[in-house]
Design a binder for this molecule. Sequence first.
Ligand code: SF4
Length: 289
Amino acid sequence: MKVGLIDVDSRIPNLALMKLSAWHKAQGDKVKWHDGMYDQPDRIYASKVFKFTSDYVYFPGCEVIRGGSGYDLDTKLPNEIESQNPDYSLYGLDYAMGFTSRGCNRNCGFCIVPRKEGRWHQVADIDQFWQGQKHLMLLDGNLTSDHEHFIQTCRQLIDDKIRTYFSQGLDIRLMDDEKAKILAQVKDWGSKRIHFAWDNIADEEEIRRGIEIVTKFIKPYRIMFYILIGWDTTLEEDLYRVELLRSFGIEPYAMPYDKTDPYQSDFTRWVNVKKTFKNVPWDKYERRN
Ligand code: SF4
């Protein structure tokens, strides 16, 4: 069978497509990126991550299987494919990536993780997708959820000297001394910081408590906070959160809920262009919109 793959909009290499590639190659199928409308595979897999991006339009007349949060939240890989080692050669990766857990026990209204993946549950050990690479990107939605799993995962990362990037924000509200101490020993990946998230202004007390714990073991300049704006906060609350983090020497990173909104777009640019954030106060910032 000839299999064509389409990565519609991924911002990082698409894990599902890498697993599909590995599985089909193991069956003896020919797998390659779909190459436009004159390419005639027997089956196409198209993966789309975001709802707001446009779909691919040049599907040929063959079986097409669509998957990913950009299409729907229900389509899942069959277990035998989900458990495959990814075919890293598809993107020419020299690092590993994968999930050790899925789901989350919280229920933030803007987040698809609990709706798509359910409550937190372990799905793999690092050895199931790490093949000795120097670097690893961990994609878990809330790795911090389970104390034992977090400690064991960090211990393996330390023992195997794996330079790690936690791609999703860790939950500082669930940090304690033991977790923070072991997290501090995980080798980081280049200059990538350890990310936490502060989405809701009402969490200030828990966020402050978490920062106090984590900064006992990790210097503030190694920490970055994702700050969701435009969901249910006001400009004053957005400013308050980024300025509070600045006062701790921690870098905020604004995440707009709606990129087309003029205020969210301006505020995001002000915070995320570091030279501007450092030198120009918000009330002096020349907004584009
Ligand atoms: S804690 Fe994080 S992963 Fe869990 S529901 Fe909230 S945003 Fe999503």
